[in-house]
Design a protein around this ligand. Structure first.
Ligand SMILES: *Cc1c(COP(=O)(O)O)cnc(C)c1O
Length: 460
């Protein structure tokens, strides 16, 4: 008889992965290069190093190295909160009455409450190695700012976080957490940068936006000695750092000879999904598996399912390099949705290419259904999921119920990217039945697409 799978699939310290896995090395067709917005030529390391740290830039442009060693000084920090629990959802399976096996990787056990710490720690580690004194970044929902504040405290770097003003008002505890770890928090737009002052002059009462906060953070990095800018999603080096998630799952699954049929992850900029699926996508690219991979996004911000595959800016101020990705247009403003971490107009270029080439499926879901699923999961498994993570929970439950109908005993894995303890306003809205589902019309989307850059690469 097959051995019983434990509720927690442990990895000991010497079984934990020593390498990140770079999906691009196994892609026969690579994603299109990042372009310099002025010359429209592929961006060079020199173009990017004025803004970002050197080693992450090297990783960003590396399409050939399959396995990249996780530096010892970073492994030390990872060991403080990793390996992240990989849990067999026995209680949820029972509650659903499904023959499917459900597993989830729980990235919310660290204080910042999400997977974002995996890349925050890596980026802070490299900044310290390069002799930098400080970093700057933006945060929308607050998870990335919290993760960076923790990482900078550990590696002894100063940090300035530009937090979208409405968000800093709506999520005071996120703001407090970031400040507790010693970072300077500036509600954006602010009068501390030219970009901020310009936006304030146009609209003094604005609540700010992620695009504006990005512009402020980049300006701060460029104008401050020994300071660089860090980003928490979308870029390839962030995806690479997050591959620790999938590498750990693969190591644990291999121990018990488990082969997932379906892998599900929520997708904002794509970093947790790209990290979770990395080694499994590698097997798929090498024709060694038929695992289905599903990206889940909010119906209010449907980059994969309704976006265009085009070159676009990463920010609304149109200052970043151009990235070919599924995008709703840098000018697209998603309606208020409680999954703040999924409100981004674009998607990581590697995942975009894989979706384009049919290696990845995508599904959009509405937030009331997402919260129904979140609460069903919370009651069965005891963990209150982040609204972002609950998108994956929703589709995992749907797939498990599909197995119940068909009688198939599939193996389902999903990423539980974080906990929802800082998102109680969202749960309060749900409990008060005050939550709405706002889906953009084609006219809304057309407005976003009209902000795409008018360059030759977008016309063919
Ligand atoms: C930021 C965030 C996400 C979405 O970001 P990705 O880069 O797409 O992973 C998902 N879940 C949580 C908890 C987050 O904080």
């Amino acid at each position: 008889m097959a051995k019983k799978i434990p509720t927690r699939l442990y990895l000991s310290e010497d079984e934990t992965p020593q390498y990140w896995y770079n999906i691009r090395a196994d892609m026969a067709e690579k994603p299109d290069p990042i372009l310099h917005p002025g010359t429209l030529q592929p961006a060079s390391a020199a173009d990017l190093e004025g803004v970002f740290c050197k080693e992450p830039v090297r990783q960003e442009l590396d399409e050939t190295t399959r396995l990249i060693k996780i530096p010892d000084g970073l492994q030390d920090f990872y060991r403080a909160y990793r390996p992240a629990p990989l849990i067999r959802a026995y209680f949820l399976e029972k509650e659903l009455g499904t023959p499917a096996e459900i597993y989830y990787k729980h990235e919310g056990t660290n204080t910042s409450g999400s997977h974002k710490l995996n890349s925050a720690a890596a980026q802070a580690f490299y900044a310290q190695q390069e002799g930098l004194a400080s970093l700057s970044t933006e945060t929308g929902a607050g998870q990335w700012g919290s993760a960076m504040a923790m990482a900078c405290a550990f590696y002894g770097l100063r940090l300035t976080v530009y937090m979208v003003k409405v968000s800093s008002e709506q999520k005071p505890y996120r703001k407090a957490l970031i400040e507790t770890y010693g970072a300077e928090l500036i509600p954006s737009p602010s009068d501390t940068t030219e970009a901020g002052r310009k936006i304030l002059a146009q609209d003094p009462s604005t609540g700010g936006s992620l695009g504006c906060a990005i512009s402020e953070a980049i300006e701060k990095a460029v104008k401050t000695d020994k300071c660089r800018y860090v980003l928490g999603s979308v870029l390839n080096h962030v995806l690479l750092h997050q591959s620790i998630i999938g590498q750990e799952v693969k190591a644990a699954f291999d121990k018990y000879d488990i082969k997932p049929d379906i892998i599900i992850g929520c997708a904002g900029g794509g970093s947790n999904l790209g990290g979770l699926i990395a080694p499994f996508m590698g097997d798929k690219l090498n024709r060694a598996s038929k695992t289905r991979i599903i990206a889940v996004e909010p119906a209010s911000c449907p980059s994969f399912t309704r976006g265009q595959y085009a070159y676009d800016f990463g920010d609304t101020a149109k200052t970043t390099p151009l990235i070919r990705m599924y995008t709703l247009g840098n000018g697209f403003i998603p309606s208020a949705n409680h999954a703040g971490g999924l409100r981004y107009h674009g998607m990581n270029p590697v995942l975009s290419k894989l979706y384009r080439d049919g290696f990845l499926e995508a599904r959009a879901v509405v937030q009331t259904d997402v919260f129904d699923a979140a609460i069903r999961f919370a009651k069965a498994e005891g963990i209150l999921p982040a609204p972002e993570s609950s998108h994956a929970v929703k589709v995992a439950i749907d797939e498990a119920l599909e197995c119940k109908r068909s009688g198939e005993k599939k193996i389902i894995l999903f990423g539980l990217t974080g906990t929802g303890y800082f998102d109680m306003t969202a749960y309060m809205a749900y409990n008060a039945k005050a939550m709405t589902d706002l889906i953009p019309t084609d006219t809304d989307l057309a407005k976003g697409f009209s902000s795409l850059p008018d360059i030759p690469q977008n016309r063919c």
